[in-house]
Design a protein around this ligand. Sequence first.
Ligand code: ADP
Ligand code: MG
Length: 724
Amino acid sequence: MDRFDLVREAFARKEVTPEVPSCKTSDYFGELVFDRKKMAKYLQPDVLQALLACMEGGKGLDRKTADGVARGMKQWAMEHGVTHVTHWFQPLTEGTAEKHDSLIDYDGKGGVIETFDGSMLAQQEPDASSFPSGGIRATFEARGYTAWDPTSPVFILDDTLCIPTVFIAYTGDALDYKTPLKRSLKAVSDAAVPVCRLFDPKVGKVYAYLGWEQEYFLVDETLYAARTDLMITGRTLFGHNSSKDQQLDDHYFASIPPRVTAYMRELEATAYRLGIPLKTRHNEVAPGQFEMAPIYSETNLANDQNQLIMNLMSRISRKHGFVVLLHEKPFDGVNGSGKHNNWSLGTDTGTMLLAPGRDALGNLQFVTFFVNVLAAVQKHNGLLKASIASATNAYRLGGNEAPPAIVSAFLGDTMTRVLQKLLEVPSDTPIEIAGKKGRKLGLVELPEIFLDNTDRNRTSPFAFIGNRFEFRAVGSSANCAGAMTTLNAAVADQLLLFKADVDRLLAAGKSLNVAVMDVLKPIIRSVLEVVCFDGNGYTDAWKEEAERRGLNVETSVPRMFCEFTKPESVAMFTRTGVYTERELKARNEVKWEIYIKKVQIEARVMERMAINHIVPAALEYKSKLLQETALAKEVYGNTDSCTTELSLLEAISGHVEEVRVRAAALKRACAAADALEGAFERAVAYHDVAESFKALRTPIDRLEELVDNKMWPLPKYRELLFIN
Ligand code: ADP
Ligand code: MG
């Protein structure tokens, strides 16, 4: 099959009828999740009570409760045809990990029976020597264990009961994403509750909420299979742009192609069965790019669901003849994909802490949290950038379609004005809801709700959206936990400092309003000057300005990771109990190793494809042109009629030579990087390798323009990007 056959096959493909239940969504939503309803049905009352206490109090399960829970779970699972069980965890590699065990055991009478007890539920010891640990767990004692996180509901995938677990070394060090995320959720609650109690003594717990928006590309699987680079690295390493891609903005929010709708419907139905409340779906900016988002929920659960949905997307897309691309930058020259993390805080009494309150006291509470979040983002802007940095996201950040590689915050006009006003008025001025008491001079007023008067600034990595902040710099393939853990920890730490300062002023006899505002005012002044930026984040002027303001402008991903082990970051993470210094150091080792390997793999694929896909195609065309020229000489005795051939020959020869030279240089650069000692040094060298990809890509993309279309071996952007 040549390239044209593949394109014809992709074009001829019709939508596949999606497998969706015929009843309404609410009838089957969550049917494959062991949620509270199932707990009530399948667990003995005393077991149920003990389990709920564990879930709410964040305590571990005792053996008796675990056995009781396992008994009920087994009954439920077997009613759904389950034959296997697995602990489902989130190691520091991409995606999730699982090791399935059959439920069978010998029954002592020559046969087998299904067993599942509390020990299988509570703890497993996967031979985890191949997971990255950054040196925490030497391979000769590959001891790590997984333990059920009862705050994440158990679910069924195919024939397997999946138990969401944390993954920890025997030393207690976290080896996964979930453990630090859970610690950060506790930290932010522990720090926020005393602050809330200044305003409302009934608050007992604070939740961090997450609503992720997942962007992704779909490509037809036959075309995908012909692109070695996509298959191995998740992105195209070459490819001339298509004459038409996103310049007309005709894909964004346009009607969704039927093949894609069929895929989305099946994905949604599967997600609903697993209790994932998908809410929105639409075409994104680039051709072939789409987005979906669920209704937000508590962060740990929301993140598990995002991990699960990425897995479901990959499987279900194949049934519909697609491959889903979660890479942040699969195609050069069109938008990349992110995973906006909408984040907010709310109390167990039902107050959203990043939305205006019902009265002046509620508004003061809102302003308190709002400003402290900004202070945390300012203080740890470099760290927050490091929390979203990866080899793959690096290709997206700083491009003119994604948040720039500088973390600033966007407030919108209304909140900027409110903060400015607060600096002008005395500290005991109440913050009123606009319009409620008529306009009075000198008052600080908030809109009752922001609705759409928080303007949209697509260039900002951290934007206020009326009742939440949207952290937009997170990569589409990332585990949200990396970013959310850092944000929660930074906010928790800031709230602790704030509370201590307020307490000091209260003890000195100041009123609550005055104490709070006296502490907030210098912070407001500072954030307005430093971290808040409402302009265009893509300009060079902003880069210079940001540097003047003292914001982190580092663009090398390996160097960004150093933010994690800076003294102030270590102090913040240890004070909040989110990471130990040892964990931070180990994780950086893992991050550098992953970075090195990703770039190394890309370099290898690029060099090999250049030499054995691209150069042969160019030489074949060259040979054809030479034959034409030789023939002309034979017939006419000269090459006067061959000006086109000769000029093409010259251009092609030049580019082919450039490809050969640059491919060799790339190989040498990798070898030189490999020879370096430490992971950091190698990662820094590989950053330069990644920067040099463009030099090899440029002559290849030129060749794509010149070489006979029939001879070009790889599906082109114009073929890959459009779904019929
Ligand atoms: P947009 O594209 O306009 O940003 P979407 O509807 O695509 O909006 O996604 C917004 C996401 O933000 C959804 O997941 C939504 O549930 C979530 N969200 C809304 N309110 C909050 C909140 N208070 N806290 C966290 N997430 C929220
Ligand atoms: Mg959004």
